[in-house]
Design a protein around this ligand. Structure first.
Ligand SMILES: Nc1nc2c(ncn2[C@@H]2O[C@H](COP(=O)(O)OP(=O)(O)OP(=O)(O)O)[C@@H](O)[C@H]2O)c(=O)[nH]1
Ligand SMILES: [Mg+2]
Length: 294
């Protein structure tokens, strides 16, 4: 990772923070125990009730570019998730007033780590900066628009919490509710996923999804180069190749990847959708490039 020109304010280390949204509060833990005893594991799962260990800290990395209409609401939703969190916001040199909003928050909202890029570089570059500041055991990517629902974090984390996965991808195409939008856009997504799978030998259904969750060692052990939306195919190719180092007699192994259905409240171009055909071609290029090169 090469250094980015940026200024930042680092929130206190997660385990030193006293007034974080600590979870579960005592009675919450008891309530969960009661639910698990009464309903059983299987039923709780079906109802979307999951346990997240109290000592777990989730680093939520939010790349932000011109999101003044949604920044307050996305932060409210992220904070409302009952998990210990480190929230990292990376402003990618917004021009619509978002930067001033975040500067104001630096004074008052001490639970946030806020980083400012001095020039616009793209989502991939913003994420690289964010990952460098991550201190939690697990790291999730959260877009700053309101297309994805943070209340799904407990479910997305579950395969890692249970020790079954090193990386979890959300998927908008396997069952959860989603807004019905453009046919050709979703076809392009599926074609890009297919081509990516062809080279990575993974059977993902949604390579371009925002919700990607990593054990911190994995994402900090990968060197990322794409500045813009090439991040998605690049990180997918590199995760597919990533070797988890040997541990306590266990040999090195490939990363274990899970997919979890996520809901998707996609926005339309009239509502601020920015991604376009150019980004599709860039993704295509990145799929082929990172299949063969690091
Ligand atoms: N478009 C864009 N987004 C950026 C940039 N830097 C950071 N981001 C953030 O990256 C996230 C994803 O960007 P979006 O434009 O929503 O991309 P998307 O969800 O793939 O596509 P849309 O359909 O346009 O929403 C958002 O949180 C942006 O604020 C940038 O240079 N351009
Ligand atoms: Mg978006």
């Amino acid at each position: 990772m090469y250094p980015q020109p940026h200024t930042f304010r680092q929130a206190p280390e997660p385990d030193e923070v006293e007034d974080m949204d600590a979870f579960p509060p005592e009675d919450q833990g008891e309530r969960l125990d009661w639910l698990f005893r009464t309903l059983g594991e299987g039923m709780c799962r079906q109802l979307g009730i999951y346990r997240v260990p109290e000592q777990l800290v989730l680093s939520v990395v939010i790349p932000v570019y011109n999101e003044r209409n949604t920044i307050h609401e996305i932060l409210r939703q992220v904070r409302a998730v009952p998990i210990n969190k480190q929230i990292i916001l990376v402003d990618d040199c917004s021009k619509d007033g978002t930067r001033d909003i975040l500067k104001g928050m630096m004074e008052t909202e001490t639970d946030l780590t806020i980083v400012f890029h001095e020039k616009n570089q793209g989502k991939g570059a913003a994420l690289r900066t964010g990952f460098q500041h991550a201190r939690g055991q697990i790291v999730i990517v959260q877009d700053a628009d309101l297309e994805y629902d943070p209340s799904q974090y407990p479910q997305l984390l579950q395969p890692i919490v249970e020790g079954k996965a090193d990386v979890v991808f959300g998927s908008r195409f396997i069952g959860e509710s989603h807004r019905v939008l453009h046919f050709w856009h979703s076809m392009a997504n599926r074609m890009l996923t297919l081509l990516s799978n062809f080279f990575t030998d993974l059977n993902l259904t949604d390579m371009e999804v925002c919700y990607k969750v990593f054990r911190r060692e994995v994402i900090q052990g990968i060197t990322l180069k794409s500045d813009r939306f090439g991040f998605e195919p690049e990180v997918t190719a590199k995760v597919a190749r990533f070797q988890v180092p040997p541990l306590e007699g266990r040999p090195a192994r490939r990363c274990r990847i899970y997919e979890i259905p996520v809901s998707y409240n996609g926005r339309d171009y009239s509502e601020g959708k920015k991604i376009g055909i150019k980004d599709g071609f860039q993704a295509l290029y990145c799929i082929v490039r990172y299949a063969f090169a690091d």
